[in-house]
Write a protein that binds this ligand. Structure first.
Ligand code: HEC
Ligand code: HEC
Ligand code: HEC
Ligand code: HEC
Length: 370
């Protein structure tokens, strides 16, 4: 029975395939494509395939199958851009093949400036910026002065949130506000990546409290701050290995509401707080980040698919070397924020912070197009 049903279906399936609008109709006509481009596309993409403004992608020498799939994606609403949606609705499948064949046949866009800028990773930028913090927080973020917080291994999103709290006055500490004033949010992210990647040094006996007495008191804290104070949540600080006096001051500040946060409340006595601090200070901590450190490490993942000359029969992979920087940033954000469908691969391979997106975009924009 099953076989019979399949055989009956077969002609139908064949007809359906032949009707598929994406299938190639005739041989693409590059000349017809050029006229179409001149009439409809050149205002933004140039007749040389070079985006006329930042944020408009270069199309010259781009993989034709990828260009075609992009047009279909705009037409079907899988990629959103109002002008392109309207335009692609007007084009026949044949016309799409023609215009795409024209653009992909053009020579790649030359970079105006042939010097190669050196692109630094967020880690490298953060390392350079951290020089001005070392005096208090230690060279690698392991602070040694009593009362001074360590930054080594700290969770990166918490780190950025803390810097914003000083800048916006919700944590009212003048030294820190002065230190951070003038640094952009992107620079804070770079610092966060650098510090998160440093290895915390294990501390000896604390100056305050009794670790053994503190341990049972931390039962309510572990759900958020992690077992033994090693947080696995990017927004929640690691407490393990933190300076004990700093911990005492911070917990008291929440209790006395001089430092306010909706989830952090405390009703412990001063002695209990000292014991909790002693317990956490003496726990072993780990670096929150162990990701790629240099731009080369970052792009190694991408080059598995995007390196020139790599062909993958399973997917149309665009060229990204020499692409417009603003456009690269835009498309990477779109993948990250789920605004551009398609690649599961990108959800897996893309690191998420703005700082990382900017670095990777600069790196590829700065390569010769091929
Ligand atoms: C009003 C300006 C404008 C016009 C006109 C225009 N485009 Fe675009 N095009 C853009 C912008 C902006 C993007 C990037 C949109 C996005 O972020 O997805 C884009 C993206 C594309 C992409 C995707 C490229 C990639 O690397 O993913 C293709 C293909 C494309 N356009 C082809 C065309 C063709 C063919 C025409 C003419 C029929 C055309 N465009 C007309 C502005 C324009
Ligand atoms: C003059 C000494 C000093 C310098 C220099 C300094 N800090 Fe601080 N930092 C402090 C003190 C003191 C605190 C604790 C403030 C508090 O109680 O909230 C602190 C707290 C922090 C915190 C919050 C830590 C936590 O666990 O919540 C971050 C993040 C931070 N500093 C980042 C930096 C960065 C980045 C720099 C360099 C741009 C820097 N600091 C330079 C003294 C300094
Ligand atoms: C519901 C989750 C949650 C629980 C439970 C919790 N915390 Fe927190 N804790 C946080 C978050 C989130 C922050 C960051 C708040 C901020 O940005 O000021 C924080 C901040 C802290 C800080 C400041 C760290 C620093 O580097 O400045 C200390 C110290 C702290 N908590 C100790 C404790 C202790 C001790 C307990 C148990 C008695 C506890 N927390 C229970 C979520 C929690
Ligand atoms: C497994 C293969 C694979 C890996 C790994 C990969 N990509 Fe892609 N990339 C693709 C495919 C396929 C597309 C086309 C997806 C689509 O149609 O939107 C794409 C599209 C892009 C685009 C959009 C280009 C345009 O013209 O619109 C950018 C930018 C990009 N990738 C950057 C990266 C970066 C940066 C990395 C490394 C962090 C990376 N990719 C890793 C396969 C991959």
């Amino acid at each position: 029975m099953r076989h019979l049903a399949l055989i009956a279906l077969l002609p139908l399936l064949l007809v359906a395939c032949a009707d598929k609008p994406e299938s190639k109709t005739a041989q693409p006509d590059v000349k017809a494509g050029k006229s179409l481009a001149a009439a409809h596309c050149a205002g933004c993409h140039g007749l040389d395939g070079k985006g006329v403004a930042p944020g408009i992608p270069h199309l010259a020498a781009q993989v034709d199958e990828y260009l075609f799939e992009s047009l279909v994606a705009y037409r079907d609403g899988k990629r959103t851009h109002a002008a392109l949606r309207d335009m692609t609705k007007e084009l026949s499948t044949q016309q799409m093949h023609d215009v795409v064949a024209f653009y992909s046949s053009l020579p790649p866009v030359e970079r105006g400036d042939t010097r190669k800028e050196i692109t630094l990773s967020p880690y490298e930028k953060g390392k350079a910026l951290s020089k001005s913090c070392a005096r208090c927080h230690g060279q690698d973020g392991n602070a040694t002065a009593p009362g001074m917080p360590s930054l080594a291994g700290q969770q990166p999103r918490y780190f950025v949130a803390a810097t914003q709290a000083y800048l916006h006055g919700t944590r009212n500490i003048e030294t820190m506000e002065t230190m951070l004033r003038g640094l952009s949010k992107l620079e804070m992210e770079n610092l966060a990546v650098y510090y998160a990647s440093q290895t915390p040094v294990r501390r000896g006996k604390p100056e305050v409290g009794d670790p053994q007495a503190g341990e049972p008191l931390t039962a309510r804290c572990g759900g958020c701050h992690g077992a033994h104070g090693v947080s696995h949540d990017a927004m929640t600080p690691t407490l393990a290995g933190q300076d004990a006096q700093y911990l005492v001051a911070a917990i008291k500040a929440y209790r006395d509401q001089t430092r306010v946060h909706d989830v952090m409340l405390d009703d412990n006595t001063d002695q209990e707080i000292a014991d909790i601090a002693a317990y956490y200070a003496t726990q072993e901590s780990i670096a929150a980040e162990t990701g790629p450190m240099t731009v080369k490490d970052l792009s190694a993942k991408c080059d598995r698919c995007h390196a020139p000359g790599i062909e993958n029969p399973a997917m149309a992979i665009p060229k990204i070397h020499g692409q417009n920087r603003d456009y690269l940033i835009r498309s990477l954000r779109a993948y990250r924020d789920g605004k551009r469908g398609s690649s599961l691969m990108h959800n897996m391979s893309l690191p998420y912070s703005e700082a990382i997106i900017e670095s990777v975009a600069s790196l590829y924009a700065n390569q010769d197009a091929r």
